[in-house]
Structure formats: structure tokens, C-alpha cells
Ligand binder design. Structure first.
Ligand SMILES: *Cc1c(COP(=O)(O)O)cnc(C)c1O
Length: 340
């Protein structure tokens, strides 16, 4: 069976670098949405807990429930309609409308739109939002924003940061007038964290960096992270093909000599994006993937019982003209995980 191996020492290596950059382990919130970017929600949570991480971020209440016992606080990004919340759950308010939907005493964190124009209240709506939260008797535990291009060499990052500083001042003023405790402030994802010289926020929401990648422009002084996930497949069968015979759908691979070809049990049905036979891809051991990837099969010029398909997705991301996030996140949760 195909499987994903999670490399614990690489994961801890990344968490150590991240905690150092953040200033303390308490400030690190691991982003575990979408099955921990395909790595396995529960497996990553258990390793994060073992390392000493206290905070996590997910998309839904359902995800939060699965990992409730691993963390002190879980931030839920986009699920303001559910009713059953635990004390450790904090729901993100993405618009003024969300405030009315939440039951009394819910822990909430207010998202502010500082330029991404995706979610969050505007600066003009800040006062109305915090008064609404106060009147509805919700507990405001945090105020956050999200950068649109922290990974690119543009000045957008700096003006969003400046706007967020303004948000902090206004929020503190409003909270003081209402005798509300000052909430936590956080804005940084992985790439933003490594652009701060002296990180001074209360929390950092780290997704991709914990898994060993950063899509940040290489002009920045990026840390040496190590990929956590490798994908392995098992052999189904081996055959000998003659020179000029072709392999797979469309016969995209043409044998230049008589050769052995084996079929392995992984394909795009497992979420391993389809290689179309136009671009050459070789596995970490140097075996070539021959022709097109099928739904549940992949042909490789080797005879090993098990083969590592990738232990770093950067090359695949380039072939598919996408980002590392998409290559790992599309892998199905049903692929079994092993922690090594
Ligand atoms: C997904 C997400 C993150 C994590 O982003 P990375 O680039 O993977 O570190 C942080 N904050 C929010 C609001 C997100 O949606």
C-alpha cells in the first residue's frame, strides 16, 4: 500500500527554528487546516504536542474536535455557524454578520482586513465590531490580520504592517473604554515570520514552514527547513518490455532499449497530481517515472518492492506550475501515515 512517512526529527528541526524566530514556543500556533496540509491532522498534532506547542489553527469546529486534547487553544478560521464550542476553541469573526450568529460567552478573535480583501472587517468597522462583540457578551481574545504578499519582494507587507499597528492602537483604545481585557494581536504566517527582524507580536500562525517549505522570494535570508513528508508506493507487478514498446495511457513513454518496468500503487486518485508524460520526473533514488500517471498506478524503471516517490515536493511543484502547498494538500487523508 502507498504510504506517507513523516520524519519526526525534521519536524522538530523546523519547530525549533520557528520557535527561535518567534522568541518562544508559547507564541507558535501550528496551522493544521486541511488535514495538516495533507500530512495528517492527528499525526502532526501529536508530534507538535510532544514538542511542546500549545496553540493550533484549523478551519472548522469538526477539525478542532479531533485535536481538542492536544492543545490549550485552537483558533477556528471559518466556522461561525456551529453551536457547540469548547473553552479551548476561539472562533474567528470574518465579518460583522458573524457576531449575531455566535452564542454568548464564545471566545472570538476579530479578523481585520488590512489589504488582502478576502475576509475580515474593515478599519472603519472596528468600533462597531468591538461594541457588537461586547453587547453580545462574546469574549474577545484576539485581533488578527493576514498578509497578501509576505512571500514577495514588494512593499505591501510594510504598509499592511503599518495599518495593523494602527488597528492595535485603536483596538486598545476601544477596549480600555469598555473595560475589556487587551486581546492578543497576530498577523504573521510562515513567510511573514521570517521577515520580522525582532518578532514582537503575541502569536504567529505557522503553516507551511513547519512542514519544511517556504515559498518566499530567495532574496530574503530564508532558514534551512527540512521537508517532513515523503510519499512511498509498493510494487504491484514487473514486466520486461522490448525496445520501441510504449508504456501507459497515450503510450507517452517509448523504450529506447529492452528494459524492466514495474507498476506501483499510487496515482492521481490518491491525490498525487497527474504527470502527463511531457516532463521528465525522477524519484529521489534517480528512477524515472515512465509516461503518464494513471488513477491508481505509476510506472517506474526499477524493481524495488517499495519506492520513495518524493521526499521534497519543490521539483513537483515546479513541474505542475504550482506551490508546495498544493502538492501536499491534495494527497488524500486515506493514505496511511507512519511517523519515523
Ligand atoms: C493558512 C493560513 C495561515 C498559514 O499560512 P502559511 O503560509 O502556510 O504559513 C496563516 N493564517 C491564516 C489566516 C491562514 O488562512
Amino acid at each position: 500500500m502507498a504510504k506517507i512517512i513523516l520524519n519526526k526529527s525534521n519536524y522538530f528541526h523546523n519547530l525549533k527554528i520557528i520557535s527561535e524566530q518567534a522568541g518562544s514556543i508559547e507564541k507558535v500556533a501550528v496551522v493544521l487546516k486541511d488535514n495538516a496540509y495533507g500530512h495528517g491532522l492527528v499525526e502532526i498534532s501529536s508530534m507538535a504536542k510532544e514538542f511542546g506547542i500549545k496553540n493550533a489553527v484549523v478551519r472548522t469546529v469538526a477539525e478542532a474536535k479531533l485535536i481538542e486534547t492536544f492543545f490549550d487553544q485552537i483558533l477556528i478560521l471559518a466556522d461561525s455557524k456551529k453551536k457547540s464550542y469548547s473553552h479551548s476553541f476561539h472562533i474567528v469573526i470574518n465579518s460583522l454578520d458573524d457576531i449575531a450568529k455566535l452564542p454568548k460567552n464564545t471566545n472570538v478573535q476579530l479578523k481585520v482586513d488590512t489589504g488582502m480583501h478576502r475576509n475580515g472587517v474593515s478599519l472603519k468597522e472596528l468600533e462597531e465590531a468591538i461594541h457588537g462583540i461586547y453587547e453580545k457578551k462574546l469574549n474577545l481574545t484576539g485581533v488578527l490580520t493576514h498578509y497578501k504578499s509576505a512571500d514577495e519582494l514588494t512593499c505591501d507587507f510594510f504598509w499592511q504592517r503599518a495599518l495593523f499597528n494602527q488597528v492595535k492602537k485603536e483596538v486598545m483604545g476601544i477596549c480600555e473604554k469598555l473595560f475589556l481585557p487587551i486581546p492578543k494581536f497576530h498577523s504573521a504566517n510562515s513567510s511573514a515570520l521570517f521577515r520580522f527582524k525582532n518578532f514582537d507580536e503575541d502569536l504567529v500562525r505557522v503553516g507551511i514552514a513547519q512542514y519544511g517549505y517556504l515559498e518566499t522570494n530567495t532574496i530574503f535570508d530564508n532558514p534551512k527547513l527540512k521537508p517532513v513528508m515523503s510519499l512511498w508506493a509498493s510494487k504491484i507487478s514487473t514486466r520486461t518490455i522490448k525496445k520501441n514498446q510504449k508504456v501507459g495511457y497515450g503510450g507517452k513513454y517509448l523504450a529506447k532499449k529492452d528494459m524492466k518496468v514495474s507498476t506501483y500503487d499510487v496515482g492521481y486518485g490518491d491525490g498525487f497530481l497527474r504527470l502527463n508524460g511531457e516532463t521528465k520526473y525522477t524519484t529521489p533514488k534517480g528512477y524515472e517515472i515512465l509516461g503518464r500517471v494513471s488513477m491508481d498506478n505509476i510506472s517506474i524503471d526499477c524493481e524495488d518492492d517499495e519506492v520513495c516517490i518524493f521526499n521534497d515536493v519543490k521539483k513537483l511543484a515546479k513541474i505542475h506550475n504550482t506551490i508546495s502547498y498544493e502538492i501536499t494538500t491534495t494527497l488524500l487523508p486515506t493514505i496511511k501515515k507512519e511517523i519515523k
